[in-house]
Design a protein around this ligand. Structure first.
Ligand SMILES: Cc1ncc(COP(=O)(O)O)c(C=O)c1O
Length: 350
């Protein structure tokens, strides 16, 4: 075993100091360790459905394994899956998407990382929602960009104030990240807000990373995409995937849809990092898109039901107040009145 603090100092690249983390994974590790000690744990930390992957999807993967989908495939994804995604996105976002605009990657996260690697230079500014998925800020900092938060307002159900967006945009702004339904607040962006954001961007050559990983888990109303706004398709990178929609977090499969010249660059990053996404997993992805969709709506209805129950319970705790989420599977209680910090543990008086 190699001792900690060994003879030779570990010389880490300086950029590693800029890399953040997703604390949910740290809490998950602690929770799993407690479970191994025999403790009973209710998992409220990691963002994943507690449902099983639908049986037809599992079967498709097993069949693909038997048929020999066990080899390398094209870095951009298998043609069958890119075609299925192009059709799905064309249909649901009301735009025409061709398979060469699709990059299949191992999960939604790599689309964030690859987008930043491909687009953001030292000092370029990236606007991201705050509170938001922690990997956005981590990745912006890691690639040498300047992370510029745009506040989400609790009193407005975690909507952003459009008047606050315009002053954040300048000549260095390279990318704006949007996420709806949103992690961790459960807030959503309404169609008129997305159209307003597009108006504010105007003719500027600013790209939008539209993280729509929770799109199918919106409780009410039709989700709307920046990609659907006239004139925005070539400036939008749509991030979506299978993790949340089909309870496939451990399979590692997601995708980005973007202009073909950028998709080719993301593919180069795939060749240099993962080579390709697991082939049998991609065949399961084709079945997920083509097969029965009722497990998705059942799961969404169940998350909605649970969120109502959970928020009502949280609001009964002294010092807590919590808004109803409009999608995803998160609740974001305000604990200011307890005097606790979000990291501290404690007992409440209720
Ligand atoms: C907002 C958001 N985007 C993307 C992802 C990444 O999902 P995946 O597991 O497919 O990488 C997550 C996962 O928690 C998320 O919350």
């Amino acid at each position: 075993m190699i001792a900690q603090g060994a003879e030779h100092e570990l010389h880490l690249a300086r950029r590693m100091a800029r890399l953040g983390t997703e604390t949910a994974f740290e809490v998950l590790n602690k929770a799993r360790a407690l479970e191994r000690q025999g403790k009973s744990i209710i998992h409220l930390e990691i963002g994943e459905p507690d449902f099983d992957t639908p049986a037809n999807v599992v079967e498709a993967a097993v069949e693909a394994l038997r048929k020999g989908y066990t080899h390398y495939g094209p870095s951009a994804g298998l043609p069958e899956l890119r075609q299925a995604i192009a059709e799905e996105v064309s249909r649901t976002r009301g735009v025409e998407v061709s398979p060469d605009e699709v990059a299949v990657v191992p999960g939604g996260k790599p689309i964030m990382f690859f987008t930043m690697l491909a687009l953001v230079e030292d000092g370029d500014e990236v606007i991201y929602p705050n509170p938001g998925f922690p990997i956005y800020e981590s990745m912006i900092n890691y690639v040498g960009g300047k992370a510029v938060p745009i506040q989400l307002h609790e009193e407005r159900d975690f909507a952003l104030d459009l008047a606050e967006l315009e002053p954040l945009i300048n000549d260095r702004t390279r990318l704006i990240i949007l996420n709806s339904p949103q992690n961790p607040t459960g807030g959503i962006l309404q169609r008129r807000e997305i159209e307003q954001i597009a108006k504010i961007i105007g003719d500027r050559n600013i790209m939008v990373l539209s993280d729509e990983i929770y799109r199918r888990l919106q409780f009410e109303g039709e989700p709307f995409s920046m990609m659907s706004v006239l004139g925005m398709q070539e400036r939008t990178i749509l991030l979506d995937g299978f993790s949340k929609t089909y309870a496939m977090t451990g399979w590692r499969i997601g995708y980005g849809v973007m202009r073909p010249d950028l998709a080719a660059q993301i593919t180069r990053l795939m060749t240099n990092s993962n080579s390709c996404t697991a082939s049998f997993t991609q065949m399961a992805g084709v079945e997920a898109l083509h097969g029965d969709q009722s497990p998705v709506s059942e799961m969404c209805a169940e998350f909605h039901r649970r969120s109502e129950f959970f928020v009502a319970g949280l609001n009964r705790i002294t010092g807590f107040s919590c808004r109803m989420p409009k999608g995803a599977f998160y609740v974001f209680p305000n604990i200011t009145a307890t005097g606790w910090s979000s990291r501290a543990s404690g007992r409440c008086a209720a």
